[in-house]
Design a binder for this molecule. Sequence first.
Ligand code: MG
Ligand code: ZN
Length: 220
Amino acid sequence: MEIKVVRRIMEANEQHAEVVRRRLREAGVIALNLISAPGSGKTSLIECAIRELKGKVNIGVIEGDPDTTRDAERIARLDVPVVQINTEGGCHLEATMVLRALDEIDLNALQLLFIENVGNLVCPVVFDLGESHRVAVVSAAEGHDKPAKYPALFRTAQVTVLNKVDLIPYLDFDESQFTADVRRLNPDMPILRVSCRTGEGMAEWVRWLEGLLNKEAVMQ
Ligand code: MG
Ligand code: ZN
């Protein structure tokens, strides 16, 4: 009985994700689902992309948060449309929440939409939000064992962003092990080494985003 209930939730999520995907496609919007543990720097990565692409690319943000509006307030300061999804303690976003958030955004005015998932490496991976691409964010401070321990995220992501690389000299972070584990799970996935604090690697992050937008422009 319990299994049936779970399956029905997942089926409903798939249907909602398809609606999200269709709406994004019709509006020509690329949507990125950022998944990570709490504190890995998802909001900072989004802020950096907005600063770099402002005036060139129209960006919107959906912020998932279990309790506060702090991240949404940070994004709103950059003067881009932002919608907060308060999950009221819930540990992941679901497609139906994104669908409701889309009603609050003028999709036709956007080219790029960031969806910041709730900080959690487990269940966000299971819920398709209808995104175009999935971004796995890990900070070096979390340790090199995250890909080995949470393989599903790295198997299903299209890019891994390793943040806080400026801290590596002070940590027992085995980067070659980290890279080998990511490669084993997803051989062709780019791994971007960045530090939101020092700005290292931000050009590569922005170039990766621009690559997606150029591909989309060719297809239109
Ligand atoms: Mg955040
Ligand atoms: Zn959850």
